[in-house]
Design a protein around this ligand. Structure first.
Ligand code: NDP
Length: 258
Protein backbone atom coordinates (compact mmCIF):
# COMPACT_ATOMS: atom_id res chain seq x y z
CA UNK A 1 0.00 0.00 0.00
CA UNK A 2 1.31 3.50 -0.82
CA UNK A 3 2.15 5.61 2.23
CA UNK A 4 -0.77 8.04 1.69
CA UNK A 5 -3.23 5.25 1.02
CA UNK A 6 -2.12 3.55 4.23
CA UNK A 7 -2.63 6.80 6.15
CA UNK A 8 -6.24 7.10 4.90
CA UNK A 9 -7.48 3.55 5.34
CA UNK A 10 -5.21 1.92 7.93
CA UNK A 11 -7.22 0.43 10.85
CA UNK A 12 -4.22 -1.21 12.55
CA UNK A 13 -5.09 -2.07 16.17
CA UNK A 14 -8.51 -0.37 16.09
CA UNK A 15 -11.17 -2.34 17.95
CA UNK A 16 -14.33 -2.98 15.89
CA UNK A 17 -17.56 -4.56 17.14
CA UNK A 18 -19.69 -6.08 14.38
CA UNK A 19 -23.17 -7.10 15.53
CA UNK A 20 -24.39 -10.13 13.57
CA UNK A 21 -20.80 -10.48 12.41
CA UNK A 22 -20.90 -14.27 12.15
CA UNK A 23 -22.29 -14.49 8.62
CA UNK A 24 -23.56 -12.66 5.55
CA UNK A 25 -22.93 -8.92 5.24
CA UNK A 26 -21.64 -8.71 8.83
CA UNK A 27 -18.98 -11.37 8.30
CA UNK A 28 -17.85 -9.76 5.02
CA UNK A 29 -17.49 -6.44 6.85
CA UNK A 30 -15.62 -8.15 9.72
CA UNK A 31 -13.19 -9.71 7.21
CA UNK A 32 -12.64 -6.40 5.41
CA UNK A 33 -12.03 -4.44 8.63
CA UNK A 34 -9.64 -7.19 9.79
CA UNK A 35 -7.80 -6.97 6.44
CA UNK A 36 -7.29 -3.27 7.14
CA UNK A 37 -5.80 -4.18 10.56
CA UNK A 38 -8.76 -3.91 12.94
CA UNK A 39 -9.29 -6.24 15.90
CA UNK A 40 -12.74 -7.78 15.55
CA UNK A 41 -15.49 -8.56 18.05
CA UNK A 42 -18.21 -10.80 16.60
CA UNK A 43 -21.44 -10.04 18.49
CA UNK A 44 -24.37 -12.30 17.53
CA UNK A 45 -26.71 -14.62 19.44
CA UNK A 46 -25.50 -18.09 18.44
CA UNK A 47 -22.36 -18.78 20.49
CA UNK A 48 -21.26 -21.63 18.23
CA UNK A 49 -21.59 -19.59 15.02
CA UNK A 50 -19.86 -16.61 16.61
CA UNK A 51 -16.92 -18.74 17.78
CA UNK A 52 -16.62 -20.34 14.33
CA UNK A 53 -16.52 -16.94 12.62
CA UNK A 54 -13.90 -15.63 15.07
CA UNK A 55 -11.85 -18.79 14.53
CA UNK A 56 -11.92 -18.28 10.74
CA UNK A 57 -10.63 -14.73 11.21
CA UNK A 58 -7.89 -15.84 13.62
CA UNK A 59 -6.84 -18.62 11.24
CA UNK A 60 -6.53 -15.98 8.50
CA UNK A 61 -4.10 -14.05 10.74
CA UNK A 62 -6.52 -11.54 12.31
CA UNK A 63 -7.19 -10.75 15.95
CA UNK A 64 -10.79 -11.66 16.79
CA UNK A 65 -13.07 -12.77 19.60
CA UNK A 66 -16.74 -13.69 19.76
CA UNK A 67 -19.01 -12.36 22.50
CA UNK A 68 -22.54 -13.84 22.36
CA UNK A 69 -24.95 -10.91 22.30
CA UNK A 70 -28.64 -10.25 21.79
CA UNK A 71 -28.83 -6.65 20.56
CA UNK A 72 -32.50 -6.42 21.49
CA UNK A 73 -31.63 -6.76 25.19
CA UNK A 74 -29.98 -3.84 26.99
CA UNK A 75 -28.27 -6.01 29.62
CA UNK A 76 -26.79 -8.29 26.96
CA UNK A 77 -25.42 -5.34 24.95
CA UNK A 78 -23.95 -3.70 28.07
CA UNK A 79 -22.29 -6.96 29.15
CA UNK A 80 -20.75 -7.32 25.68
CA UNK A 81 -19.36 -3.77 25.80
CA UNK A 82 -17.90 -4.33 29.29
CA UNK A 83 -16.30 -7.58 28.16
CA UNK A 84 -14.68 -5.85 25.13
CA UNK A 85 -13.38 -3.02 27.32
CA UNK A 86 -11.95 -5.53 29.82
CA UNK A 87 -10.35 -7.52 27.03
CA UNK A 88 -9.00 -4.78 24.75
CA UNK A 89 -9.50 -1.50 26.67
CA UNK A 90 -11.15 0.53 23.92
CA UNK A 91 -13.74 0.52 21.14
CA UNK A 92 -13.03 2.51 17.98
CA UNK A 93 -15.67 1.19 15.57
CA UNK A 94 -19.23 -0.11 15.98
CA UNK A 95 -21.00 -1.77 13.06
CA UNK A 96 -24.73 -2.14 13.80
CA UNK A 97 -25.44 -4.90 11.30
CA UNK A 98 -27.72 -7.40 13.11
CA UNK A 99 -31.14 -7.53 11.49
CA UNK A 100 -34.05 -9.75 10.54
CA UNK A 101 -36.85 -9.60 7.98
CA UNK A 102 -40.39 -10.96 7.92
CA UNK A 103 -42.10 -10.91 4.53
CA UNK A 104 -45.78 -10.59 3.77
CA UNK A 105 -48.43 -8.10 2.69
CA UNK A 106 -47.99 -4.97 4.78
CA UNK A 107 -51.26 -5.49 6.67
CA UNK A 108 -50.73 -9.22 7.23
CA UNK A 109 -47.55 -9.69 9.27
CA UNK A 110 -48.06 -10.81 12.86
CA UNK A 111 -47.71 -8.68 15.97
CA UNK A 112 -44.86 -10.96 17.05
CA UNK A 113 -43.00 -10.29 13.77
CA UNK A 114 -43.54 -6.56 14.19
CA UNK A 115 -42.11 -6.70 17.73
CA UNK A 116 -39.10 -8.77 16.63
CA UNK A 117 -38.23 -6.49 13.70
CA UNK A 118 -38.65 -3.40 15.85
CA UNK A 119 -36.57 -4.70 18.78
CA UNK A 120 -33.71 -6.14 16.69
CA UNK A 121 -33.53 -3.78 13.67
CA UNK A 122 -34.21 -0.48 15.42
CA UNK A 123 -34.00 -0.77 19.20
CA UNK A 124 -30.89 -2.95 18.78
CA UNK A 125 -29.13 -0.18 16.81
CA UNK A 126 -30.12 2.32 19.49
CA UNK A 127 -29.01 0.19 22.47
CA UNK A 128 -25.61 -0.71 21.01
CA UNK A 129 -24.98 2.88 19.89
CA UNK A 130 -25.74 4.25 23.37
CA UNK A 131 -23.66 1.58 25.16
CA UNK A 132 -20.62 2.10 22.91
CA UNK A 133 -21.18 5.83 22.43
CA UNK A 134 -20.68 6.53 26.12
CA UNK A 135 -17.14 5.21 25.84
CA UNK A 136 -16.51 6.95 22.48
CA UNK A 137 -17.71 10.26 23.91
CA UNK A 138 -15.14 10.02 26.71
CA UNK A 139 -12.39 9.35 24.16
CA UNK A 140 -13.75 12.03 21.79
CA UNK A 141 -13.37 9.70 18.82
CA UNK A 142 -15.35 6.95 17.17
CA UNK A 143 -16.98 5.57 14.06
CA UNK A 144 -20.49 4.09 14.03
CA UNK A 145 -21.77 2.37 10.89
CA UNK A 146 -25.43 1.32 10.75
CA UNK A 147 -26.72 -1.13 8.18
CA UNK A 148 -29.91 0.36 6.79
CA UNK A 149 -31.29 -0.68 3.38
CA UNK A 150 -32.12 0.68 -0.03
CA UNK A 151 -35.74 0.13 0.97
CA UNK A 152 -35.37 2.89 3.53
CA UNK A 153 -35.90 5.15 0.50
CA UNK A 154 -38.05 3.08 -1.86
CA UNK A 155 -41.08 0.81 -1.41
CA UNK A 156 -41.07 -2.86 -2.34
CA UNK A 157 -44.01 -5.23 -1.85
CA UNK A 158 -44.12 -7.56 1.17
CA UNK A 159 -41.42 -5.84 3.20
CA UNK A 160 -43.49 -2.96 4.55
CA UNK A 161 -42.73 -2.97 8.27
CA UNK A 162 -39.12 -4.07 7.67
CA UNK A 163 -38.56 -1.07 5.39
CA UNK A 164 -40.05 1.21 8.05
CA UNK A 165 -37.49 -0.06 10.59
CA UNK A 166 -34.70 0.64 8.07
CA UNK A 167 -35.98 4.16 7.30
CA UNK A 168 -35.95 4.70 11.06
CA UNK A 169 -32.35 3.46 11.22
CA UNK A 170 -31.35 6.07 8.62
CA UNK A 171 -33.15 8.77 10.61
CA UNK A 172 -31.54 7.63 13.88
CA UNK A 173 -28.21 7.83 12.05
CA UNK A 174 -28.82 11.55 11.41
CA UNK A 175 -29.85 12.21 15.01
CA UNK A 176 -26.82 10.48 16.54
CA UNK A 177 -24.56 12.18 13.96
CA UNK A 178 -25.87 15.60 14.95
CA UNK A 179 -25.64 15.11 18.72
CA UNK A 180 -22.29 13.31 18.69
CA UNK A 181 -20.48 15.53 16.18
CA UNK A 182 -19.02 17.63 19.04
CA UNK A 183 -17.37 14.43 20.32
CA UNK A 184 -15.80 13.65 16.91
CA UNK A 185 -17.97 10.54 16.54
CA UNK A 186 -18.97 9.95 12.92
CA UNK A 187 -22.27 8.11 12.48
CA UNK A 188 -23.18 6.91 8.99
CA UNK A 189 -25.27 4.18 7.40
CA UNK A 190 -24.92 1.84 4.46
CA UNK A 191 -28.06 0.97 2.53
CA UNK A 192 -27.48 -2.31 0.67
CA UNK A 193 -29.63 -3.33 -2.27
CA UNK A 194 -30.63 -6.97 -2.51
CA UNK A 195 -27.66 -9.03 -1.36
CA UNK A 196 -27.63 -12.82 -1.48
CA UNK A 197 -27.37 -14.06 2.15
CA UNK A 198 -29.19 -16.36 4.62
CA UNK A 199 -31.70 -13.53 5.02
CA UNK A 200 -33.23 -14.25 1.60
CA UNK A 201 -31.73 -17.63 0.54
CA UNK A 202 -34.86 -19.72 1.23
CA UNK A 203 -37.08 -17.07 -0.37
CA UNK A 204 -35.07 -16.90 -3.60
CA UNK A 205 -34.81 -20.70 -3.73
CA UNK A 206 -38.60 -20.84 -3.60
CA UNK A 207 -39.06 -17.86 -5.98
CA UNK A 208 -36.19 -17.90 -8.51
CA UNK A 209 -38.31 -15.81 -10.91
CA UNK A 210 -38.28 -13.01 -8.33
CA UNK A 211 -34.47 -13.03 -8.22
CA UNK A 212 -34.37 -12.78 -12.04
CA UNK A 213 -36.94 -9.95 -12.07
CA UNK A 214 -35.01 -8.02 -9.44
CA UNK A 215 -31.68 -8.48 -11.24
CA UNK A 216 -33.31 -7.24 -14.45
CA UNK A 217 -34.45 -4.03 -12.76
CA UNK A 218 -30.91 -3.27 -11.53
CA UNK A 219 -28.70 -1.29 -13.97
CA UNK A 220 -25.69 -3.48 -13.12
CA UNK A 221 -27.89 -6.54 -13.85
CA UNK A 222 -27.17 -8.70 -10.85
CA UNK A 223 -28.03 -9.07 -7.18
CA UNK A 224 -25.25 -8.10 -4.79
CA UNK A 225 -22.92 -10.25 -2.68
CA UNK A 226 -21.71 -9.34 0.83
CA UNK A 227 -18.26 -8.40 -0.55
CA UNK A 228 -19.92 -5.59 -2.53
CA UNK A 229 -20.77 -3.88 0.78
CA UNK A 230 -17.58 -4.42 2.79
CA UNK A 231 -15.17 -1.91 1.13
CA UNK A 232 -17.45 1.03 2.00
CA UNK A 233 -17.32 -0.07 5.63
CA UNK A 234 -13.51 0.29 5.57
CA UNK A 235 -13.89 3.86 4.31
CA UNK A 236 -16.53 4.74 6.92
CA UNK A 237 -14.45 3.17 9.72
CA UNK A 238 -11.24 4.93 8.72
CA UNK A 239 -9.78 8.44 9.03
CA UNK A 240 -10.59 8.92 5.33
CA UNK A 241 -14.24 9.62 6.30
CA UNK A 242 -13.54 12.08 9.15
CA UNK A 243 -15.56 14.84 7.40
CA UNK A 244 -18.54 12.59 6.62
CA UNK A 245 -21.44 12.12 9.04
CA UNK A 246 -25.20 11.54 9.14
CA UNK A 247 -25.35 10.00 5.66
CA UNK A 248 -26.86 6.80 4.27
CA UNK A 249 -24.84 5.48 1.34
CA UNK A 250 -26.75 3.19 -1.03
CA UNK A 251 -24.85 0.23 -2.50
CA UNK A 252 -27.44 -1.27 -4.82
CA UNK A 253 -26.08 -1.69 -8.35
CA UNK A 254 -27.82 1.56 -9.32
CA UNK A 255 -31.28 0.18 -8.48
CA UNK A 256 -32.56 3.27 -6.64
CA UNK A 257 -31.07 5.64 -9.22
CA UNK A 258 -33.39 4.74 -12.10
P1 NDP B 1 -28.17 -12.74 7.75
O1 NDP B 1 -29.48 -13.34 8.10
O2 NDP B 1 -27.20 -13.53 6.97
O3 NDP B 1 -27.44 -12.21 9.05
C1 NDP B 1 -28.12 -11.60 10.10
C2 NDP B 1 -27.21 -11.58 11.30
O4 NDP B 1 -27.84 -10.91 12.39
C3 NDP B 1 -26.83 -12.98 11.79
O5 NDP B 1 -25.46 -12.96 12.04
C4 NDP B 1 -27.62 -13.14 13.08
O6 NDP B 1 -26.92 -14.00 13.97
C5 NDP B 1 -27.65 -11.69 13.57
N1 NDP B 1 -28.72 -11.38 14.50
C6 NDP B 1 -30.06 -11.53 14.29
N2 NDP B 1 -30.73 -11.15 15.39
C7 NDP B 1 -29.80 -10.75 16.31
C8 NDP B 1 -29.87 -10.27 17.63
N3 NDP B 1 -31.04 -10.12 18.27
N4 NDP B 1 -28.72 -9.95 18.26
C9 NDP B 1 -27.53 -10.10 17.65
N5 NDP B 1 -27.40 -10.57 16.40
C10 NDP B 1 -28.53 -10.89 15.74
O7 NDP B 1 -28.55 -11.38 6.98
P2 NDP B 1 -27.72 -10.30 6.14
O8 NDP B 1 -26.27 -10.51 6.25
O9 NDP B 1 -28.37 -10.24 4.82
O10 NDP B 1 -28.17 -8.98 6.92
C11 NDP B 1 -27.30 -8.13 7.62
C12 NDP B 1 -27.94 -6.76 7.71
O11 NDP B 1 -28.09 -6.23 6.39
C13 NDP B 1 -29.33 -6.76 8.31
O12 NDP B 1 -29.50 -5.61 9.13
C14 NDP B 1 -30.25 -6.67 7.10
O13 NDP B 1 -31.49 -6.10 7.42
C15 NDP B 1 -29.41 -5.76 6.22
N6 NDP B 1 -29.76 -5.80 4.80
C16 NDP B 1 -29.70 -6.98 4.10
C17 NDP B 1 -30.04 -7.00 2.77
C18 NDP B 1 -30.02 -8.24 1.96
O14 NDP B 1 -30.54 -8.23 0.82
N7 NDP B 1 -29.42 -9.34 2.42
C19 NDP B 1 -30.46 -5.76 2.07
C20 NDP B 1 -30.44 -4.58 2.89
C21 NDP B 1 -30.10 -4.62 4.21
P3 NDP B 1 -27.67 -14.82 15.16
O15 NDP B 1 -28.94 -15.36 14.56
O16 NDP B 1 -26.70 -15.85 15.62
O17 NDP B 1 -27.93 -13.79 16.22
Amino acid sequence: MGENLRKYFDLEGRVAIVTGGNRGIGFAIACALADAGAWIVIANRSEREGQEAAKRLVEAGAKAIAVPTDVSKKASVEQMVQRVLQEWGRIDILVNNAGIVARGPVEAISEEEIDQMYTINLKGVYLASVAVGQHMKERKKGKVINISSVIAVMALPERGFYSATKAAVSQLTRSFALEWAPYRINVNAIGPGTIRTELNRAYFEAHPEDARRLADAIPLKRLGVPQDIAPLAIYLASDASDYVTGQTFLVDGGWSAV
